[in-house]
Design a protein around this ligand. Structure first.
Ligand SMILES: Cc1ncc(COP(=O)(O)O)c(C=O)c1O
Length: 364
């Protein structure tokens, strides 16, 4: 992936802006990445996958491009701030909101979400898996009920894209946002928004697309409708390569491996006295994200000791999701989050467990 980025950087042409060789090569990189996204997510027409700089940009586009004053939106108490902050902005602009509380394990009851639907509800916005507890949310059941009522479903797949199989052919989700740099294993500065055919969405950013240049109005066809200005063709060239790897490997294989190592992680951590775990303790109900606290120790201090003493990097604090932590009862200090990935080995999990045992022993 890094080599593809370096190669693209050396020959970066502006995709769609010219007919010369460098421009058409960049355009091919974008096309390849888009086609691979469509293949990975079963999305059919690849033009419905719009590149963005990250998941946050995709979520802002979806929320602010669809909701209008007088609309109502339903969401949950375990959303990331990249959903909650744009939603709060829309509330200031006259949109109604219901935030459905998730259980203490971080899982939302689909019936409570459906019970919050009203006749003005235009959108339900759900995180696919919480970045705080790892808990998978009942996206399929909620989306099916929303579809029956003509309500759009927006899914924040930042934690699941590339880690949990997602097939848009069988999932009635209308808008799906993700980062390129997490489970999709691409470079930072990449992300995408999938917009199902027929969804009415207004672009947040308008400008040059390299298409229909005779007109001073934004094109309405995809992806140009939502992709203005020079794209991150260098990053997207890297994303195309990591998507190719994921397609060959299979997301179901990655999911199985991550479930296995998370099971070992949870089992090992549960045996360390004074370590408290949050979120589902069953890896089939979560992604490979485990939030914990060492009794009597500030999460930042645990993170510091893991890095300084053992070279293990974790994230401590509120993880950009204050509501997620309120739900788990860990606000305002937050937790420590350990998140293995597809390249994490069993041996690394054992190293982490013995580091945690030692940290606990020395502090207890
Ligand atoms: C659940 C969730 N949503 C959204 C985001 C935002 O992603 P990005 O940093 O790509 O904008 C994150 C990032 O941590 C996340 O975990």
């Amino acid at each position: 992936m890094a080599e593809a980025v370096a190669a693209a950087l050396r020959r970066a042409g502006n995709p769609g802006r010219s007919g010369h060789v460098l421009s058409t090569r960049s355009a091919r990189d974008l096309f390849l990445a888009r086609e691979r996204l469509a293949e990975l997510f079963g999305g059919g027409d690849s033009s419905r996958f719009v590149f963005t700089g990250n998941a946050t940009a995709a979520l802002n586009q979806a929320i602010k491009g669809v909701l209008r004053p007088g609309d109502h939106v339903v969401t949950t108490s375990v959303e990331h701030n990249s959903v909650m902050r744009p939603l709060r902005r829309m509330v200031d602009a006259g949109v109604g909101i219901t935030v459905v509380p998730a259980g203490e394990d971080g899982v939302t009851d689909p019936l409570s979400v459906v019970a919050a639907f009203r006749k003005e509800t235009r959108m339900v916005s759900l995180v696919h898996a919480s970045n705080v507890s790892g808990a998978l949310q009942p996206v399929g059941r909620v989306a099916a009920e929303a579809r029956k009522r003509g309500i759009l479903t927006l899914v924040d797949a930042a934690q699941t894209a590339g880690a949990v199989p997602i097939d848009l052919r069988g999932l009635p989700v209308d808008l799906l946002a993700a980062s390129g740099h997490k489970g999709l294993l691409g470079p930072q500065g990449t992300g995408f928004l999938y917009v199902r055919e027929g969804v009415r969405i207004v672009p947040l950013i308008e400008g040059g697309t390299g298409s229909r240049s005779e007109s001073d109005r934004q094109p309405v066809f995809f992806p140009d409708a939502l992709e203005s200005g020079t794209q991150n063709s260098v990053g997207i060239a890297g994303l195309a390569v990591s998507l190719g790897w994921l397609l060959r490997k299979g997301v179901d294989t990655i999911r199985r491996k991550e479930e296995e190592i998370t099971a070992r992680l949870l089992e090992g951590m549960a045996r360390i006295p004074g370590v408290r775990l949050f979120g589902p303790q069953d890896p089939s109900l979560s992604v490979a994200v485990v939030s914990f606290l060492v009794e009597g120790m500030d999460p930042a201090e645990t993170g510091r000791r893991l890095e300084k003493g053992y070279g293990i990097l974790v994230r401590a604090g509120l993880h950009c999701s204050p509501n997620g932590h309120r739900t788990l009862g860990t606000f305002p200090n937050g937790t420590v989050r350990v998140s293995p990935g597809p390249f994490t080995t069993r041996a690394e999990i054992e190293t982490f467990l013995s580091a945690l045992r030692r940290i606990r022993r020395l502090s207890g």
